[in-house]
Ligand binder design. Sequence first.
Ligand code: GLN
Length: 473
Amino acid sequence: MNLFELTISQINQGLKKKEFSALDLCQTYFKEIKDKDKKISSFLSLSESSALSQAKEVDDLIKDNQEIGPLAGVPCAIKDNILVQDIKCTAGSKILENYVAPYDATVIKKLKKQKAIIVGKTNLDEFAMGSSTENSAFGPTHNPNDLTRVPGGSSGGSAAAVAANLSRYSLGSDTGGSIRLPASFCGVVGLKPTYGAVSRYGLIAFASSLDQIGPFAKTIEDCKIVFDAIKGEDEMDSTSAPLKNENLNFNIENLKIGVPKEYFVKGIDPEVEKIIKGAIKKYEEAGAKIEEVSLPNTEYALPAYYIISPSEASANLARFDGIKYGYSEDKKNNLLDVYLDSRGKGFGPEVRRRIMIGTYALSSGYYEAYYLRAEKVRNLIKNDFEKAFNKVDVLMAPVSPFLPFKIGERIQDPLSMYLVDVYTVSINLAGLPALSLPVGKVGNLPVGLQIIGKPFQEDMILETGRVFENNQK
Ligand code: GLN
């Protein structure tokens, strides 16, 4: 039996029927990690001994004929900006190189309650700022489909680990595209939930009004199982929202799909466009109604995002001062020098750039011209989506205008890196849920279709995704 081919529910069945043990499964995954991850570098740290002992616990429960949850014994990987108690959490930064998490994030508590097996922490752009994982202080992750290319970012390690079968599923975070982009570039399913659907408690904050934790998996069904496990209101996160369990009556023939015309303009790689349009055509053939819609403020999304997110980041990252957390330059009696040198040496160039942009945008005299204005644009973008969703149930678009690019190709030019996010940041500004679904390849390079939904309609976009997936079988 090829254990890597099993879905989460097949693993659950196999464990219950004692076709293999959780320990077998865990050891198989660690063997694969040791064989392959030297080349991919998806992990920053592994937790082999705790994973193996957790796997034995699951086997004991099964021996005792106890009920096990759907994720019990299933190996997973966690982006290294989500706290797992007693394990290092670096956020891909030198400033947190030796920081050990003192508590579990809410999502981790939920996974542990189900007896999920955490195999390790995955690589990311420093503090989740980037689109290629090249901003990690610990070196880039390589795309498993082509090792010379980036896996996307910032959750590149989490996406690559799932794509290469180094974990069955993983968690990432998405502030401006960081789940969807790597899911698209690596060819796996990635879900960015509605803002508030999943607790952010224990996620190292980048831009608090945009950040969301979400899953990567091989299939829609697996993605749904993980999302259901981590979602829900949390008293530790006042922005988390109670979720209603609505019974979705999904029928492809009643589905109205909107295609935003602003997402198919000059600049998109024609091969990407062809695959995305081909996928949308499949939906039409399956009975859905396709309608062109307009999101007229799309062109302002990227500038608004690159004001709002660095502004919030500059405030969130103020806590890393060389005193409270992590790396510290000892300057004896001069406190200001401790701050300046610890931050100057602890943060990498992209993080420093964002802190400077954010501090500038928030400073007195400039606040109205930049931050406040960007917030107004954000409202216009939200309104665009609301209007579109009066007419259609979901929107479909590319995740990125580009195919996975070469490592080193964009890293010297921040603006060209920011352009990679042109189709993803609006969704965060509007707080909506969106899925990246693998729908084709150019050579061996995957292309993801973005399916965007109304707030808290994750089930609708997942069911929509399932239609394409079932057609591929
Ligand atoms: N690439 C975007 C940025 O660098 C998004 C990152 C993210 O979603 N964490 O800000």
